[in-house]
Design a protein. Structure first.
Length: 249
């Protein structure tokens, strides 16, 4: 134990660093978890540095740690994701401004971006760190926290199964706050870790933050976002549709 590297995550999202430790038994793995003694937020204990952690995403991690365990070939995965895009669009459509500029963070193979562009409702771009998708003309390439993006550039930002991967989700939300226009919409799709349907989202290393719905609402509020709607178009995930401003209880 003495030879382990320091934890990838240094403190809880609330700023505290006092934890209880336990092991979560997933379908196939034992996952070391730390729970904050102050707020109860849970995160995975990972002994990697930041560069080592990012490296698994720069290569195509979906082939060995993805939601289907790498069982889908690229064309099948794209069709699967394109069908999910249609489901998501029906949930999002009432809240999307027409002729908007949309950024999909963690766009992977670009299925959602392609679907949104086909609707004609918006101009969609993706942002993806995986080198396999660098040749897509509608995709920014690199780490979301480092890619050069103009402030107030987007009307809509979507994050599908992405926020839980950030070492510090607060950094990602601060970036969203800067690049999203002040009348813009932020859409967060996040695993429902604590429901029966979401049990499969507990994954070694891949998912760092196991946030409850109340944790997500608190985190978004702390970064200037108010809740417009909470939905579950896909049973194992929450969708939080947010704008800027204070949320009224």
């Amino acid at each position: 134990m003495a030879n382990l590297k320091p934890s990838l995550i240094k403190s809880c999202l609330c700023g505290r660093s006092n934890f209880i430790h336990f092991i979560h038994q997933s379908d196939s793995s034992q996952i070391p978890i730390r729970e904050c003694l102050g707020c109860g937020i849970k995160h995975q204990l990972v002994h990697l540095n930041y560069e080592e952690y990012l490296q698994q995403y720069i290569s195509d991690y979906s082939h060995f740690t993805g939601k289907d365990g790498g069982e889908l070939i690229s064309s099948e995965r794209y069709l699967h994701d394109f069908k999910l895009a249609e489901i998501r669009y029906e949930s999002y459509k009432p809240f999307l401004p027409t002729q908007s500029v949309l950024l999909d963070v963690g766009s992977s193979n670009g299925a959602f971006v392609d679907f949104m562009n086909q609707t004609g409702m918006c101009t969609a771009r993706g942002l993806e760190i995986c080198e396999e998708y660098n040749n897509r003309k509608v995709t920014y390439s690199g780490d979301f926290l480092d890619v050069e993006l103009q402030d107030d550039a987007f009307d809509v930002i979507t994050m599908h199964d992405i926020l839980e991967h950030f070492v510090n989700p607060s950094d990602a939300l601060l970036r969203c706050n800067r690049i999203l226009r002040k009348d813009g919409i932020l859409i967060i799709d996040f695993p429902d870790f604590f429901s029966r349907s979401g049990f499969h989202h507990w994954k070694v290393i891949e998912h760092l933050w196991m946030l409850r719905l109340k944790d997500l609402r608190w985190l978004l509020k702390n970064h200037g976002f108010k809740m417009i709607r909470i939905d579950k178009p896909i049973p194992s995930k929450f969708v939080l549709i947010c704008g800027f401003g204070e949320e009224h209880e």
